[in-house]
Design a protein around this ligand. Structure first.
Ligand code: CTP
Ligand code: ZN
Length: 184
């Protein structure tokens, strides 16, 4: 880009006369300018787009999906303006479809998220995640003496409030809020 600008400014010499002609200054067209502003994250051809993630959960989604080790394209954007939730995050993962377990985990940190399944650049399916009533083996109990932290027992929580999320451990009855939630 910088190269092109320099070229436009360059003084050209015309023919034999050697008369100096100033390079015509070009202004980008309005549509080009708009496109520049719109270019946020490229579309993906095949894979999954998780949209409408609350900004504070964007990197939790990345963690849940273990994207650090994903070999396909991963695009992460956060603090984007959203009409519905103020600010939002988007995670685009090329060449990956999510398991039900992964969708359930996402629902816990991002209850308003939309999971879009992309095939050949089209949104083939749009899944609205749903906070489950029972959370099995997804969240760690914050009580250090809970049996699940001391024996090989999968955790189990009951969701007694969905917004904001409040859950209760099946084993020790510890209540936990959104801020205490650590995904296993
Ligand atoms: N998307 C993508 N690659 C594609 C198609 C879509 O990355 N080939 C992304 C879009 O950028 C958007 C999401 O997938 O973030 C959903 O696409 P779409 O349904 O077309 O967008 P919206 O109508 O804005 O979705 P919603 O109504 O869920 O807000
Ligand atoms: Zn517990």
């Amino acid at each position: 880009m910088a190269k092109r600008k320099a070229k436009n400014r360059k003084i050209r010499k015309s023919g034999k006369s050697g008369k100096k002609i100033r390079g015509r200054k070009t202004f980008p067209s309005a549509s080009k300018e708009d496109a520049k502003k719109e270019l946020k994250i490229s579309a993906i051809d095949e894979g999954t787009v998780i949209d409408h993630i609350p900004t504070d959960a964007t990197f939790k989604v990345v963690e849940i999906l273990n994207l650090e080790n994903h070999s396909g394209i991963v695009s992460i954007a956060t603090n984007l303006q959203s009409k519905s939730i103020g600010k939002k995050g988007i995670v685009k993962v090329g060449g990956k479809s999510l398991t039900q377990e992964e969708v359930n985990k996402i629902a816990i940190v991002a209850p308003d998220a939309t999971v879009n399944i992309i095939k050949n650049y089209d949104v083939k399916e749009k899944i609205k995640v749903k906070t489950p009533d029972i959370i099995d083996n997804v969240v760690k109990c914050s009580n250090p003496v809970c049996v699940t932290n001391n024996e090989k027992i999968p955790t189990k929580f009951y969701v007694f409030k969905k917004e904001p999320l409040k859950i209760k451990c099946h084993y020790c009855e510890r209540s936990m809020g959104k801020e205490d939630i650590e995904i296993i």
